[in-house]
Design a protein around this ligand. Sequence first.
Ligand SMILES: NC(=O)c1ccc[n+]([C@@H]2O[C@H](COP(=O)([O-])OP(=O)(O)OC[C@H]3O[C@@H](n4cnc5c(N)ncnc54)[C@H](OP(=O)(O)O)[C@@H]3O)[C@@H](O)[C@H]2O)c1
Length: 273
Amino acid sequence: MPGRGPGRAVYAPGMTSNAYLTDLFSLDGRVAVVTGGSSGIGRAIAGALARAGASVVVVARDEGRLGRAVAELTADGCRAAWVGGDLSTREGVRAVAEEAAAVFGEPDILVNCAGVNLRPPLGELGEDVWDTTMAVNLEAPFLLGQRFGPRMAERGYGRIIHVTSQQAHRAFVDSGAYGVSKGALESLARSQAEAWSRHGVTCNTLVPGFVMTPLNARLSADPERVAALAARTMTGRNGLAEDFEGAAVFLAGPASAYVTGQSIFVDGGFSVH
Ligand SMILES: NC(=O)c1ccc[n+]([C@@H]2O[C@H](COP(=O)([O-])OP(=O)(O)OC[C@H]3O[C@@H](n4cnc5c(N)ncnc54)[C@H](OP(=O)(O)O)[C@@H]3O)[C@@H](O)[C@H]2O)c1
């Protein structure tokens, strides 16, 4: 039976399910950088990639939360480290990129999960909110892609995963600058996919619906809103950070070699209901 793509082992009769799953999904020997890896969805993704075998560097500002995330991962037997830095400035992004690459080596996997959602009504949205939103949600993923993407292409393997939002596709509770940044981020993924996929570097986005994380603390504190949002899904519940683990491991590993430029909704059916 022919193999299913470059770098993949050929299925052999009698192969155990473990060997088969390892061939499809293992991240052994890979290095991953996860921005926003100290909290919420990014923390869950960092844990999943690390448990699947990758050495993971988590990036954010708050050193206490970073330290706790890495201590938990290491206690679980994972290889993990953190780099503190502010992704809202170009200098901050550049510094983080160099520091992150110095820990376990150049990354094979880049997850851009750090994000801010500042929600003033559009008429009151000032240039400061616009600039911060674009810097963290869009420019940082662009600059990190410019830094790491071409080197992944040179090495012939790479996975770039952005985390966007249903607000890339629809207005929702003062989408303002946030929805614009996430829409552009999905376009960036397609441009990156066009540039680097033929060199083994796939670029995709995970699209959350409403997920119960610190980012949504205000909305999550309103039981009626929480129940109303759950009712808009098909699964009947809101998202949890751990709902992103499987999709992230899939997009980071060998099994997704032919999936690129895509937006994959992990939203319990919210977007199609
Ligand atoms: N929760 C949802 O319902 C939902 C829905 C759609 C999309 N999303 C997207 O999912 C991603 C993760 O969100 P979440 O809900 O998991 O939020 P979260 O728990 O608040 O985590 C956000 C992460 O981003 C980091 N971060 C924020 N600003 C940063 C900066 N300037 N520099 C470096 N790191 C920064 C935070 O760490 P520090 O504060 O320590 O820097 C934290 O690790 C975001 O891109 C968000 O837009 C979430």
